[in-house]
Design a protein around this ligand. Structure first.
Ligand code: ATP
Length: 467
């Protein structure tokens, strides 16, 4: 299917995600809440598959990376030390009741010939000059109604129910939970430099402009890994992690040309240099994952504010050092969206999700061809019981076989196994492939091995991680 514009495609994606139990707008019965979403039964399983694939690759199969699970609510001082209270801010620009981020605002006024380029250049070099530009805009009466405010993106919340002066913030990144636990981790494990600490968890940002479905939301999940290294080794490890992360993304098979590396010119307050792995979602390349060289910024800040020492030894010289940090930070929801965008296929007779097999929520559907034959049902249930502990599968005897195929294509199930009268005689079944709808007959007693080969992703890990 060809689309006149991306909104059409986006609307179909949103509709499909809702109709087939992947993603619902939160609080829909109360007309929904903007930029917050819930995951349905299929969405949840798919999200868990994504997280497991990241965890296995980053933690499970590596000897020098451990995992941690820290709290969302932390002492306010953490955010003072990290710089988020002072610097995690964005311009909120409202023009005639429409909200713009600074980049969009620049694009908007770029189109306006009355604004001289020199003012825009001024803004490009220093965002704080926005107020000067604003004066010019007001003087020239370019817009009826324009308001500009610099706002902090963190959600503030009371931490003591009796005293509103005692407050903190919901975490805007999972990273700080790792830094403040570093002392505990090195004292309670056998890690020596270089090593990593990984975490998957919710983060919250009161984003100004959200727009594209789950691309940017106010509540989202991050998969972050902080890699601690000896100073001087940053170039080597920075390159290592960019290559590693990019290769990991390629395994989803969504087309290598859809990925691009972008060296950040605009740096957040904690980064020395940063590279984004960008992805072409609908028509534009946008950030998927960030690889940041945080240097010793965070550790220095926490040492300064907590007044606690952090003693590390250079393994080569045995002298005291403060390690540098390279961070890899990826949004689960954003990755989910990238997979959904590229996997949805619109054909004349069906819409289906060509998910990478290892990510599909349901791997195999066991479908007796007819319902009123006890022997077929018995055999189907036997096959189901034999596979259920090895794969996430489903048994379904409801509705016509055509409708069932249609449904399992729509939720991205790679294989349907159909049991018919012939199965009772020759002990074979039909395996139907989601992508090309081709069917083959296969021996029942060989099914488990057949699927084990089809869903094996460990060759990828074996190739990608060196010990
Ligand atoms: P963007 O500018 O695209 O909002 P960012 O540069 O602020 O992203 P980082 O602070 O580097 O993002 O966060 C690391 C990763 O976390 C991002 O690459 C993205 O995958 C994810 N992420 C960040 N903010 C959001 C959000 N509001 N909704 C969903 N995912 C997010």
């Amino acid at each position: 299917m060809r689309f006149d514009n991306n909104n059409n495609k986006l609307n179909l994606i949103i509709k499909h995600a809702k109709s087939y139990g992947f993603i619902y707008n939160s609080c829909e019965i109360y007309n929904g809440i903007k930029s917050i979403y819930d995951y349905g039964p299929n969405g949840l399983v798919m999200k868990n598959n994504i997280k497991k694939f990241w965890w296995d690759y980053m933690v499970r199969y590596r000897q020098n990376i451990v995992g941690i699970d820290t709290s969302i609510l932390m002492e306010k001082k953490v955010w003072i030390a990290s710089g988020h209270i002072k610097k995690f801010k964005e311009y909120y620009i409202e023009i005639d009741n429409k909200i713009y981020k600074i980049k969009e605002f620049i694009n908007l006024i770029l189109k306006n010939k009355k604004i001289k380029r020199k003012y825009l250049n001024l803004l490009n070099n220093n965002k704080n000059k926005i107020y000067k530009l604003l004066k010019i805009i007001k003087k020239k009466k370019l817009f009826n109604n324009i308001k500009v405010k610099k706002v902090n993106l963190m959600f503030r919340t009371k931490i003591n129910p009796f005293n509103s002066k005692i407050y903190t913030y919901l975490r805007p990144e999972t990273a700080q939970g790792i830094f403040i636990n570093l002392k505990n981790i090195i004292n309670s494990t056998k890690l020596t430099l270089p090593f990593g600490i990984a975490q998957i968890g919710k983060s919250f940002r009161n984003e100004i402009v959200t727009k594209e479905f789950i691309f940017r939301t106010k509540e989202f999940e991050q998969m972050e890994m902080q890699f601690f290294i000896t100073p001087g080794e940053e170039k080597k490890w920075y390159k290592y992690w960019i290559d590693n992360r990019l290769n990991w993304h390629f395994f989803f098979n969504l087309g290598k040309k859809n990925y691009k590396l972008n060296n950040h010119k605009e740096l957040s307050h904690y980064t020395t240099y940063a590279t984004d792995i960008e992805f072409k979602y609908l028509n534009k390349y946008k950030e998927l994952e960030g690889i940041h060289f945080r240097k010793d910024y965070d550790l220095k800040q926490h040492i300064k504010y907590s007044k606690k020492k952090l003693i590390f030894f250079n393994p080569k010289t045995n002298k005291k050092i403060l390690p540098y940090i390279i961070e890899t930070s990826l949004g689960v929801d954003r990755l989910f969206y990238s997979i959904f965008c590229k996997s949805i296929k619109f054909e004349k007779t069906r819409t289906y999700l060509k998910f990478p097999r290892f990510i599909s929520p349901i791997k195999i559907a066991i479908l007796p061809l007819i319902r009123n034959n006890i022997n077929i049902i018995k055999l189907s249930k036997k096959i189901f019981k034999n596979l259920i502990y090895d794969f996430n599968i489903i048994y379904d005897e409801k509705k016509s076989i055509g409708k069932r195929y249609h449904y399992y294509d729509a939720i991205g199930t790679p294989f349907c196994v159909t049991i018919d009268k012939l199965s009772l005689i020759d002990k074979t079944v039909t395996i139907r492939n989601r992508d090309n709808m081709k069917q083959i007959r296969y021996k029942i007693n060989l099914l488990k091995n057949y699927f084990k080969k089809k869903f094996n992703i460990y060759t990828f890990f074996k190739k990608s991680i060196k010990y």
